[in-house]
Design a protein around this ligand. Sequence first.
Ligand code: ATP
Ligand code: MG
Length: 478
Amino acid sequence: MAERVPNWLKQRVLLTPDRPALFFEGTAWTFAQLYEKALSWAAELKREGLKTGERVGLLVQNTPDAVCVIHAVQQLGIEAVLLNHRLTTGELMWQLTDAELAAVVYDPVYEETVEKLEGTFVRKSLSSPLPAEQAAGREEFWLEDTCSIMYTSGTTGKPKGVRQTYGNHWWSATGSVFNLGLQENDCWLCAVPIFHISGYSILMRSVLYGIPVRLYTHFDERVINESLQKGEGTIISVVSAMLSRLIESLEGRYHPNFRCMLLGGGPAPKPLLEACEEKKIPVFQTYGMTETASQIVTLPPEYSLTKLGSAGKPLFPCQLKIAAPPFSEGEILVKGPNVTPGYLNREEANQAAFTDGWFHTGDIGYVDEEGFLFVLDRRSDLIISGGENVYPAEVESVLLSHPSVREAGVAGVAHDKWGQVPAAFIVEREPVTEEELRQFCEERLAKYKCPAYFIKMDCLPRNASKKLLRRELKVPLD
Ligand code: ATP
Ligand code: MG
């Protein structure tokens, strides 16, 4: 493996300077323009005294300026710590200290948050005027250097900073294109956050492949549907909550150019996949995580229904195995050049996470006779009821197949006799009685998997990338 690659944005500008790199709210940027702005930002960061090897926190939204800053820090060899703007001041302070940030670059909408942060780091608003001069971009990127750091939300203990190297991003983009292919008219829609690996990885692919990103500050199903119907994008990354909103508001079909609905981040409910099949939407289910710099396993649409619910097979050149006898359930282990070299400052966690180069994902699954991976759930969300394993994803999928259920979440609650029992949290599409839901589940699930409680909610707790936060589902005490 090459130890270094040419500075990829510089190389892209050398190859195709005038191709569009970014579309945002009716404006387009070419790769040359993106590079120019990134170099101006790099000059500004240098003027502030920031140096190669230091770390800068980015508290940003999906905007062109944020994209430029992401590239600017790469130009200087500064590590970007992508901060989640939903975090509290205390949580941000913890990450700031853990990563020893030399600066925080922020979107002006987060001014107030940044004012509350204590410390002597440089604070730089994205609305700051930029100098006329430009810094020189680095010639090469070392593949083993850390490029970005993203913190996990930390279900147990403190959040961990996942280090993603230039090599991780390079191989992630490579594995993805070996699988999805590349077309001259490709354009990737990005309505997922760029501070999350799902969005950040789209920006890296854009530069490496030479294709534009159509960027959205937030997800609006009507806007995205309109864009896909007009043929403005060929690929989009979504999580299932986004996809179901798209399907629900979709009238007619997408433009024939549209070729890939990349669905990841969590389990894909069967009714949703069936609805996509009916509307001829090519869904690529995928499994990946911050620690694998996005996708590591993907299922092409021809298997979408025959291998219903599978996340697919590993992307080149990754490997996967289950820590259990063949075809049985166990922890999913992965290996490949897109897997993180480890967490920042977490020696103990790193030792626990790797065995002989295999990364322990913390997810449970199995591989069938033909090599397809089925992800069952997170080990930490597993409900053990009377000694039986209940996977929340399976119960949620049944609930979601009820026409009156818009969203469903399942979590375990303590029970004197069984240890734990599943509880269902429902957002209704139309009114439905608890009795009807109970009966519906009993007809489709073993008794121990049927929710003991049905709790109606206005909305379910989700994180910034719209993923269900099961640990926040709590049965109200009455
Ligand atoms: P944290 O580690 O802080 O709890 P997170 O794991 O949700 O956060 P990500 O790295 O974005 O953050 O998500 C990766 C996780 O999402 C996987 O480990 C897995 O649990 C879940 N996931 C991703 N794809 C799938 C899939 N196809 N099917 C089921 N679960 C999936
Ligand atoms: Mg995780």
